[in-house]
Structures are given as structure tokens and as C-alpha cells.
Design a protein around this ligand. Structure first.
Ligand code: NAI
Ligand code: AKG
Length: 523
């Protein structure tokens, strides 16, 4: 049974796929109302619940965090990654709602609708006090032309506004397609009559509209923030409202939510909403069903398409990659067990058709197999790269320049303190995974179950003596592969067994003449 904690208010209609699943139990409670957090495999949140490292530690079974919305700044994604927990969001379910809310705020701001509404309801009729400003022909500056920014741009154009955009990741082609003028931040600040921010809150965007940049804006500028509190520095904003430089502000988001003793709330020219951008029936249904679908995919081992910390794969790519991904994990386990010593470098070379796939995903799968044999904590594709780094293991991947003749091939070189281990494998459709070379010896075996890896001298009788010894201990050999470089030199055996050897028997084998190295491998 897969246990899901829904910690914030998320549409039950949207969550129906998981609420109705027989494989899933769902608890809808706030985190501090839950007695035992340890049982949950998944936690679903909006923006109220803060998924901190501390909370993640209290949930040792946690595998996936779902954010029913866009911004993941309430989730410690780095900590989740370290703990091997996948983080997903619902990136486009609330785009239109937030763009519409921003537009509603813009119109309300320039036509003083909230103030006029309150005035009329209090018995006043002050028509001249609420002289507004048209949107038509105004310069709208959009900072951040992602999903929401683009929807704002479309609507602004329909209103006859000129749209200026600053987004360092915006290509000329995309700007042209959307019909906006891409410019520098300084140009936008100097020319825009109205500025609206639609970026995530990051180190770069925190305080983006602070004292220095506000000083570059037009006298009488209007500002909007329906993205994240803190992109406009609230302290600086107070100063620019006080000195009359900023004419009006619309805020849906705040540095601290709900805002406490926030001076901005005392200005008549500041209009506010309580983080309502995504609060429509449509958006809530859409984000809830997006996360529910993703959780179901995750539970069924299918690729999740909106992961923040895992490579995102389409279904088609995932299907192509899956055999290599599984094979890489086994090779990782094999290499780790053959080489029980600290390693410093791992190089993975992809050859043939596999090199055209998303190899970073395959590399992470190898690393997770390799590391899982060495460390006690959870290691998976999400955190394998970080854990390798923490353990001083450098890993790199390359595409082979020379072809070895196989349709696809993955070659791995692991460098350890006193030795190195080299392994090559290929995947043959309808036949399966094959290990085709170990440490330069040609071999051909299916990596599964209990294996015995032996390095020996290629002499008559060695194989027979090993067989007899195993027979004496009632150990059945299912398959056996032998590889050598030259007659009479060193050689290797890979035996597939029905059960593993006791350590005493391994020690016994090692006392035999011409046996150099013996290792049990469990895949
Ligand atoms: N008020 C609300 O209820 C809601 C707020 N949001 C917030 O709106 C914001 C935008 O969301 P989306 O459009 O979906 O995100 P998005 O990821 O599609 O777009 C963000 C854009 O910001 C740009 N950007 C990043 N750093 C930048 C920088 N330093 N300067 C200028 N541009 C930069 C990116 O290139 C990207 O085009 C997010 O902060 C999100 O959390 C989203 C939904 C609802
Ligand atoms: O859950 C909400 O209503 C907040 C939405 C939001 O801010 C987001 O999706 O980034």
C-alpha cells in the first residue's frame, strides 16, 4: 500500500485518481495533526506547508513530494534531492488563472476599483477622486516571460499596450513569435509605465526591484507582483511610495505570508489580495489532477514528466531508455561488488544507439547501483550524483569515437585505490542484457542472480577442480563462462549458481593452486 499525505487544501475532485485507487491510502490532514509521519510515501502540498529538511527527516519512507502549483520555494528541493526524494509540481495548471488575476489587478489598480468600491459602499460619491489611467498605448514592462508572463503579454497586446520584456533566457525567436520587444532590464525600467514581475524567487530575483532599480523607473510608475513576495523589495517600495515616485502597487504575494505589521498595507495606493493568483475552480482542479496523475505514474514505475530534480523523460524516451537503465544499475552493482575498495573516478562511455538517448539518466542509474552496495542510506537516481560527489567520486560520461561493432555498448572504467575494474555490456532486443567484457577478457553472460567471479591461470584442470569443490558443497552451477586473452595466461570464470558461497568456501577456493581472486556477486 502506498500512503499519501495531502497536507494542504487541494481539490478532491482533481485528486480522484489517487483517492479512488485501491493501491493508495490518502490522509487529508495538516502535518502537525498527523500522529505518525513515518508511514507516508508521498506528501502533496500547495504553498502553506513548508517541506523543510527537518520534515523530510521525519518521513523516512518519503519518496515523492507533489506541489499542486508552480513555485517550489516552500520545498527544500536540495534536501529532498539529498534524501533521494522526487519533487514534482504542476507547472501549467494555474497559468491562465494567474495571468487573468494579474490583469484584473492591473485594471483595478489603474482605475482605483477597490478604493472606489469601498467609497461608494460607505455612502460617498467621489467621482473626481477616482480619475483613472488607460492601459491603451501604455508601455507594459514584463520581467520574466515564462508561462504566465507570455499569457500576460498576449492579453496586453489585445488591450493595445506596447510590451517590453526582460528575460535573460528569452530567445529572439520566441520574443518575435509572441510579438514582444526584448530589452535589457535598464531599458525596461526606464521606459515602462507599468511593470509586472513573473519570475521565480531565486538568488538573482530576490530584491530585483530594490532601491537601485526602482530609482531607474519612470516617475509615476505602477508596479505589480503576482509572482513571489520579495522580488520587489518591500522596504524599498515603502520609500518609493512615500516619496511619490511609485504611483500605485498591486500585490498578490508578500515577503511574509500572511503579511504581519506590513506598512505597505497602510497605503491607499497599494491594492492587495491574499495570494489568490491560482485560486480559481479551474486552476485548482487542474493542478490537483496533474499531481495526482504524476503520483500514479510514479507509483507504477512510469516516468514523471514534471519532476524538478529528476531528468524529465517523455514516455517514448523512457521506453527506449528502460533496458539500458536497468542494465546500468546491474553493472553498477556488479562493479561495486567486484571491487571492494574506495574508488575515485568512474568513466562511462556510450557507444552506438544508446549514445543518442538521455545518457545522464543511465549514468545516474549506474551510480545508484554502484553506491547502493556501499552506503546504508537510500540512494537512487535522484541523489546518486550528489552522494558520489560527497564521497569524492568523480564521474564522467563520454560518447565513443570508435565503434566496437556492437549496435549499442556501455563501457565503464572504475578507478580504485589499488586497482581498476573495466566492464562492457550490451543490450540485445528480445535476448537481453549481456556482459561482454570484464577487465579486457571477452565473456558473455546474463547479469542476474547469484554469480561467482573467479580470476585464475588458464591451465588444464582448474575449471574441473572448481566444479568439484562446489559439487562437494552441494552448490549447483547453472551456467559457466570462461574468458582468456591468451592460452596459459590469466583468465576469468563467471559462474551462475543456485546459491551463494559461504566465506569459508571462498577462502578454501583461494588456497587452491592457480586461483587468484574469488568473489560472490549478488544481482
Ligand atoms: N500568485 C500566484 O498564486 C501564483 C504565482 N506563481 C508564480 O509566478 C511565477 C512565474 O510562474 P511561471 O510563469 O509559471 O514560471 P516560468 O518558469 O514559466 O517562467 C519564469 C520566467 O522567469 C524567467 N527568469 C528567471 N530568472 C530571471 C531573471 N533573473 N530575470 C528575468 N527573468 C527571469 C525565466 O526565464 C522564465 O521565462 C513563479 O514565481 C510562480 O511561483 C505561479 C502561479 C500562481
Ligand atoms: O497554491 C496556490 O494557490 C499558490 C499557487 C502558487 O503560488 C504557485 O503555483 O506558484
Amino acid at each position: 500500500m502506498f500512503h499519501v499525505l495531502v497536507a494542504d487544501s487541494i481539490s478532491s475532485v482533481g485528486l480522484a485518481p489517487i483517492l479512488e485507487s485501491e493501491d493508495i491510502t490518502v490522509v487529508q490532514k495538516k502535518v502537525d495533526e498527523v500522529e505518525d509521519l513515518t508511514v507516508f510515501d508521498a506528501i502533496l502540498v500547495r504553498s502553506a506547508t513548508k517541506v523543510t529538511e527537518d520534515l523530510i527527516k521525519q518521513m523516512p519512507n518519503l519518496k515523492i513530494i507533489g506541489r499542486a502549483g508552480v513555485g517550489v520555494d516552500n520545498i527544500d528541493v536540495e534536501a529532498a534531492t539529498r534524501h533521494g526524494v522526487v519533487v514534482i509540481n504542476a507547472p501549467n495548471g494555474n497559468t491562465v488563472s494567474t495571468a487573468e488575476h494579474t490583469f484584473a489587478m492591473m485594471m483595478a489598480l489603474l482605475r482605483h476599483i477597490p478604493q472606489a468600491n469601498a467609497s461608494v459602499k460607505s455612502g460617498e460619491w467621489k467621482r473626481s477622486q477616482y480619475l483613472g489611467t488607460e492601459l491603451y498605448n501604455k508601455q507594459l514592462g514584463i520581467i520574466g516571460l515564462g508561462r504566465i508572463g507570455s499569457e500576460i503579454a498576449k492579453r496586453a497586446k489585445a488591450f493595445g499596450m506596447n510590451v517590453l520584456v526582460f528575460d535573460p533566457f528569452l530567445t529572439k525567436e520566441r520574443a518575435k513569435k509572441i510579438g514582444v520587444n526584448s530589452c535589457t532590464l535598464d531599458e525596461l525600467l526606464q521606459e515602462a509605465d507599468i511593470i509586472t514581475v513573473h519570475t521565480p524567487l531565486t538568488k538573482e530575483t530576490k530584491g530585483l526591484l530594490g532601491r537601485d532599480n526602482l530609482a531607474k523607473t519612470k516617475q509615476g510608475v505602477y508596479l505589480l507582483n503576482c509572482a513571489r513576495g520579495g522580488i520587489i523589495d518591500e522596504e524599498a517600495l515603502v520609500e518609493y511610495l512615500e516619496n511619490g515616485h511609485v504611483k500605485g502597487v498591486a500585490l498578490d504575494v508578500f515577503e511574509v505570508e500572511p503579511p504581519k505589521n506590513n506598512k505597505l498595507l497602510t497605503y491607499d495606493q497599494v491594492i492587495v489580495t491574499p495570494h489568490l493568483g491560482a485560486s480559481t475552480k479551474e486552476a485548482q482542479l487542474s493542478v490537483a489532477s496533474q499531481v495526482a496523475e504524476e503520483v500514479l505514474k510514479f507509483l507504477n514505475g512510469k516516468p514523471v514528466s514534471s519532476s524538478i530534480n529528476l531528468p524529465t523523460l517523455t514516455k517514448e524516451v523512457y521506453e527506449k531508455i528502460q533496458p539500458f537503465y536497468k542494465m546500468a544499475k546491474k553493472i553498477g552493482k556488479l562493479a561495486s561488488q567486484c571491487m571492494k575498495e574506495p574508488v575515485s573516478d568512474i568513466e562511462i562511455v556510450y557507444e552506438g544507439s544508446v549514445s543518442e538517448l538521455e545518457t545522464s539518466f543511465i549514468t545516474k542509474s549506474f551510480l545508484s547501483g554502484f553506491l547502493s552496495e556501499r552506503i546504508a542510506s537510500t540512494v537512487n537516481e535522484v541523489n546518486a550524483g550528489i552522494i558520489a560527489g560527497e564521497r569524492g567520486i568523480n564521474y564522467s560520461e563520454k560518447i565513443a569515437t570508435n565503434r566496437s561493432g556492437y549496435e549499442n555498448c556501455i563501457s565503464i572504467l572504475v578507478d580504485g585505490e589499488s586497482s581498476s575494474f573495466r566492464v562492457k555490456a550490451t543490450y540485445i532486443p528480445h535476448y537481453g542484457e549481456r556482459i561482454i567484457e570484464i577487465n579486457g577478457y571477452d565473456i558473455d553472460f546474463y547479469p542476474t542472480g547469484e554469480l561467482l567471479y573467479i580470476q585464475h591461470i588458464d591451465k588444464p584442470g582448474v575449471i574441473g577442480r572448481v566444479g568439484n569443490k562446489l559439487g562437494e558443497h552441494q552448490i549447483n552451477i547453472a551456467t559457466m563462462q570462461v574468458g582468456r586473452k591468451e592460452a596459459g595466461g590469466e583468465a576469468i570464470m563467471m559462474l551462475s549458481l543456485d546459491k551463494p558461497l559461504e566465506q569459508a568456501l571462498i577462502d578454501d577456493l583461494l588456497t587452491m593452486d592457480d586461483i587468484v581472486f574469488v568473489r560472490n556477486i549478488h544481482l
